[in-house]
Design a protein around this ligand. Structure first.
Ligand SMILES: CC(C)(COP(=O)(O)OP(=O)(O)OC[C@H]1O[C@@H](n2cnc3c(N)ncnc32)[C@H](O)[C@@H]1OP(=O)(O)O)[C@@H](O)C(=O)NCCC(=O)NCCS
Length: 169
């Protein structure tokens, strides 16, 4: 199967919402519990700045099977070079190497947009996520213990980062 990566367009909103909702329902990816609809995603599109790209990966039939985004890390201008990332693959397409293709494209896009660092939060138990990020050189910054509550239980959240430019001494 050949996959195509590209920037998302408004028409992708319903498939993006569907894939995001699978991630929410699976309780493996996010502390978010409110499901999204097409209109919510369209609103996100309209509110996101040019630099903060939303990307998709589609199969040969043009079906979107995953999405990823460069999100604002912090609105203070000193952090404008840092992007917080998200990545979600359609449930029945996970574990087939699609996350790797999409994350590679996300990193290339982040460099083009002149971000100097990517950061992310992942549940400590999200082995697929952690393996994916580590394979691209993300390092574990640390783990917040009992950081969030999901379905009435505390969860630990691990922070990871990838420097895209050399460290300034
Ligand atoms: C996490 C996610 C984006 C990874 O994408 P994917 O397409 O499933 O992963 P890939 O097939 O590209 O594999 C990436 C790495 O994870 C490993 N992996 C994949 N599925 C795995 C699993 N279920 N358990 C452990 N490792 C797994 C692969 O072996 C590979 O590591 P390697 O290069 O060291 O062999 C995807 O599974 C997903 O969307 N999960 C639900 C949403 C989510 O968790 N998003 C991330 C939030 S932080």
């Amino acid at each position: 199967m050949i996959y195509n990566t590209r920037e998302a367009i408004m028409n992708d909103a319903s498939q993006i919402a569907k894939i995001y909702n699978e991630g929410i329902e699976d309780r493996i990816a996010t502390l978010e519990t409110n499901l999204r609809n097409e209109e919510n995603v369209e609103g996100w599109f309209k509110g996101s700045s040019g630099k903060h790209k939303i990307l998709v990966i589609e199969n040969e039939d043009g079906l979107v099977v995953g999405w990823a985004s460069l999100n604002m890390f912090n609105s203070r201008c000193c952090y404008s070079g840092v992007a917080d990332i998200s990545i979600y693959i359609k449930r029945d397409m996970r574990g087939k190497g699609i996350g790797k293709i999409l994350l590679k494209y996300l990193i290339e896009t982040a460099k083009e947009q002149e971000f100097h660092k990517l950061v992310l939060s992942t549940f400590d138990f999200n082995e697929a996520g952690k393996r994916l990020y580590k394979s691209f050189g993300f390092r574990v910054v640390g783990t917040y213990m009992n950081h969030g509550v999901l379905d009435g239980k505390f969860v630990n959240v691990t922070i990871m980062e990838l420097l895209l430019t050399r460290i300034i001494e």
